[in-house]
Design a protein around this ligand. Structure first.
Ligand SMILES: [Fe+2]
Ligand SMILES: [Fe+2]
Length: 150
């Protein structure tokens, strides 16, 4: 299984959810709440899978070591923003502003992954190692999804 394709597909799904959320206003509380819960679940499962499978590998590869450490910290900021958003009411301008900051953070992070981490990881690992990483990512995601509240 191609780990890069799997992770990129997650990124596209998250972008789609951000786009849908951007089309909502403070009045659309129900839609916002539903879309946000989806976004939160997607981002959480994706981030935890990367932290369990991809970044530990990145820390072993000299060309991605620093990027791997940085990525973990970027996930940390995203998690804080997601937690804060869940505590706020989606019918406020504060929520709208925080969502926009979350989006900027995620966009920056995705750009670094797709522009640097993924290509460098691909270059450093053999086809067999990549295949194995893809399988582990898939398994990890399945396991995490099983633990997520519906
Ligand atoms: Fe990430
Ligand atoms: Fe990612």
């Amino acid at each position: 299984m191609d780990p890069i394709a799997l992770l990129k597909a997650d990124h596209r799904k998250v972008e789609e959810l951000f786009k849908k959320l951007e089309d909502t206003t403070e009045r659309a509380v129900k839609t916002r709440t539903e879309l946000f819960e989806k976004l939160r679940m997607e981002l959480t499962v994706h981030a935890l899978a990367e932290e369990a499978v991809l970044y530990p590998e990145n820390k072993e590869i000299p060309s991605t070591r620093e990027l791997g450490f940085e990525a973990v910290e970027e996930h940390h900021v995203v998690k804080i923003l997601l937690d804060e958003l869940s505590e706020l009411s989606p019918d406020t301008e504060e929520w709208t502003a925080k969502l926009s900051v979350l989006k900027e953070n995620v966009q920056h992070h995705v750009k670094e992954e797709e522009g640097e981490i993924f290509p460098k990881t691909k270059k450093a690992l053999s086809a067999e190692e990549l295949d194995e990483m893809g399988a582990r990512l898939f398994e990890e995601k399945e396991k995490l999804l099983g633990h997520m509240p519906a």
